[in-house]
Design a protein around this ligand. Sequence first.
Ligand code: SIN
Length: 279
Amino acid sequence: MIIEVSAITPGIGAEITGLDISQPLDRDTIASLRELFTRHLVLVFRDQVLSREDHKQFARYFAELHVHPSHRSGLNKGGDPEIFVIDTPADAKQSNGEAWHSDVSCEAIPPMASLLYVTKVPDNGGGDTMFANMYEAYNELSKDLKALLLGKTAFHDGEIDLRNYGIKLAVGQQYPQASHPIIARHPETGRSLLFVNGSFTSHIEGIPRWESDMLLSGLYDFVATNARLQCRVKWTQNTLVMWDNRCVQHQAIRDYAGFARYGERVSIIDGKPPEPALQ
Ligand code: SIN
């Protein structure tokens, strides 16, 4: 089997061809995919015909399946707890993930990766997803700002994200909250990365709120407006994209009002909470 790799940008993203991921994969192939994942952070596999079980099985080659907190908290009743459905009907007012974020960073141990399989793309040609490299976001900060942020933690609160969708927790319902290092160390590469995002991070701990708001909004703008950090994936029917949720943020572009889009996401968890960077 010959896997072909075509980088989307020098810094992030690669299209992988020559591989049917619904089929059992041998150790060498999985090792190659892990190496490509570490290098490119976002891998795109097109023209894959996957059952739910194929999707999960492919994810399990890398780690255990994660259960989304909407299932654990009882907000999402029924359905498969290991599948997060991203269903945007033509008349939807909102779609999932429209702001830059990493998936459920409010978890004490956020997913290491997410694998989204899109089977229905909007007929107007919209619905792309943006991805941004958080290693490079950290690298591009000045020495002074790095020094200020190193060693600090930020609070991540799942209710912020729920409020964005107009969802309120009922009495007795709980949603995750966690404190994480702002500059984290990737558990596999050891590289430092920026780990705050506008959908889940509420504030920087240990400094006045107005200073936290100022710093966080600057960091969010920097990620959102710096094209050097980013790549854009145009979905085609039956594409699976896998991203490293520890060092990548993403944003779903809602430019398809009046058209439907459907995907299912599986996330995986490696049991390692974000650790502070050393420098
Ligand atoms: C998400 O995983 O947050 C949504 C991504 C997308 O629908 O493109």
